[in-house]
Design a binder for this molecule. Structure first.
Ligand code: ATP
Length: 324
């Protein structure tokens, strides 16, 4: 391998920059050149490439978002789109690829490397923590900290006015943020896409909380179709449970931003370093993961086609005990 291309794709996540920096510096340390690809697969198809050196990743370790930008690219789902992408890679003398993103990004990498002879390594960067083959994805820890800080503030106002707050957090298909933030911020109830919580059951929990003289209550609702979102849940609860002043707070995109936590910086740095090392060892079509305090790799066909359900049932049980 003489030149590695690196891109970020799908939803951005804090720590992606730390991963880019680690890829660039590890490659250069091993006398391999690096090309940055803007806007994920879109930039690859549109030939939006630039040569990176050690200084081009100065001061980005602490920054949220991604200096390479990110995009969703429908064209990469087509054979023609991928053919253009491959031609651009070859023209730029890129002979291996590191992609940083979520499962869509990994799927794109798998399809591409099945079609063309190009080694790929995938780094999990998404706040949702919903990928197989790693205990933690880059950005998840920072997003949790952001959510907890926000809920702590909401708790202050909720307690001052005896209010019931419904706080909507990200996680359309994954309740990881909802569950972790719920435990860390002491929520009274947590609604997640993986679990059916009937409104009646939720109301019963809230009534019990009221009977125990709780001065405020917080229900965390993971966004998404499954429960209809925080406004919908609040409306349905209010129809039957009208003892508390009810408010809704949607945390939204602020959950994606901010300077990465220490954990995410180190995780991203380790993953970026190992992505390059694995390519140099001749490994390809794999994801980098962090399991049991060790960096591991998982073949893409395993990571993408395994059951990704990994909600921590014990933590869920603990959250219920803690909310009495
Ligand atoms: P997040 O988890 O944050 O949403 P993601 O990586 O899953 O991130 P997606 O938008 O699903 O985000 O995927 C990113 C890009 O990967 C897509 O815009 C598309 O270009 C490419 N991609 C996804 N699925 C495929 C596929 N089946 N074939 C080719 N390319 C794909």
């Amino acid at each position: 391998i003489k030149r590695i291309g690196v891109l970020t794709s799908g939803g951005d996540a804090p720590g992606m920059n730390a991963a880019i920096r680690a890829v660039v510096r590890t490659a250069i340390y091993h006398h391999i050149e690096v090309t940055g690809i803007y806007r994920g697969y879109e930039g690859l198809i549109e030939n939006d490439l630039f040569v990176m050196d050690s200084r081009s990743v100065s001061s980005i370790l602490t920054q949220g978002g991604t200096i390479l930008k990110s995009a969703r690219c429908p064209e990469f789902r087509t054979k023609e789109g991928r053919a253009t992408a491959y031609k651009n890679l070859k023209d730029a003398n890129i002979d291996a690829l590191v992609t940083i993103g979520g499962d869509g990004t990994f799927t794109g990498a798998e399809v591409f490397s099945d079609e063309y002879d190009i080694p790929v390594m995938c780094i999990p960067g998404t706040i949702d923590n919903d990928l197989f083959g790693t205990d933690y994805t880059i950005g998840y820890d920072t997003a949790n900290n952001t959510v907890i800080e926000a809920i702590d503030k909401i708790r202050d106002t909720a307690a001052s006015h005896s209010r019931l707050f419904f706080v909507e957090v990200m996680g359309r298909d994954s309740g990881c943020i909802a569950l972790n933030a719920g435990v860390a911020a002491g929520a009274e109830a947590i609604l997640m896409p993986e679990k059916d919580t009937a409104i009646d059951e939720l109301i019963q929990m809230l009534e019990e909380g009221m009977d125990k003289n709780k001065s405020s209550m917080i229900v965390i609702v993971a966004e998404g179709e499954k429960n209809g979102g925080a406004y919908h849940v609040a409306k349905r609860v209010k129809e039957k449970f009208d003892f508390f002043d009810t408010k809704v707070s949607i945390l939204g995109h602020l959950q994606r931003g901010g300077s990465p936590s220490s954990f995410d910086r180190i995780l991203a740095t380790r993953m970026g370093y190992h992505a390059v090392k694995e390519l140099l060892k001749g490994n390809s079509k794999s994801t980098i993961g962090f399991k049991g305090n060790q960096i591991v790799t998982t073949p893409l066909h395993v990571a993408l086609h395994s059951d990704v359900f990994k909600l921590d049932e014990e933590l869920l049980e603990i959250s219920k005990v803690m909310s009495i």
